[in-house]
Design a protein around this ligand. Sequence first.
Ligand SMILES: Nc1ncnc2c1ncn2[C@@H]1O[C@H](COP(=O)(O)OP(=O)(O)OP(=O)(O)O)[C@@H](O)[C@H]1O
Ligand SMILES: [Mg+2]
Length: 173
Amino acid sequence: MPIINFSHQKGGVGKSLLSYHLAYLLKDNYDVQLLDLDNQKSLSSIHKLRNHKLQQHSIPIKTVHSKHELIDLINSIDDNQYLIIDSGGFDSLYTRLAILGADINISPTADKTIELLALVTAYDSTLHQLSRKLRKNISCYVLLNRIHHSAKISLILILFCLNLNISKCSTHL
Ligand SMILES: Nc1ncnc2c1ncn2[C@@H]1O[C@H](COP(=O)(O)OP(=O)(O)OP(=O)(O)O)[C@@H](O)[C@H]1O
Ligand SMILES: [Mg+2]
């Protein structure tokens, strides 16, 4: 499963942080590349802030400047490599290509109504559109992130999960 894409059309859900940490977890055992697809370039900025010594041990962060560059990079990843993609918190051609090119799509979300709503409405509709166009099921894993350690799975979250199933959306929890 070499291409892992973190995406969610809501900002601040943890895409950059989690892609960064996952890349570093895999780094010792695999050839890992990190792709910053976000216009805000959070990953690239963090990378630049690291001091010189740390930068020598860090994973260089890739960026692309055209859809062809993105497609070429995705196609260049073989089974012995990992490409971790940090998509921006918005819908765009680039984020859609990343969803299509990924072996695994991960959408982080807290148990917050607004973040769950963005998944069930905007993001799920994107997945449906892509699935219809490609005539195959494009799905994502929902990763619960920033949940307070003492939080109980709330009723609202259960209702959202039920809604995800009822609407036959392609989002897995
Ligand atoms: N599990 C976590 N524990 C603690 N802090 C977290 C966690 N996940 C995310 N954060 C913090 O929440 C903030 C937003 O996270 P992050 O920048 O990764 O979100 P994002 O989805 O990439 O946002 P954007 O769409 O704006 O790029 C950051 O300050 C990050 O450090
Ligand atoms: Mg980000």
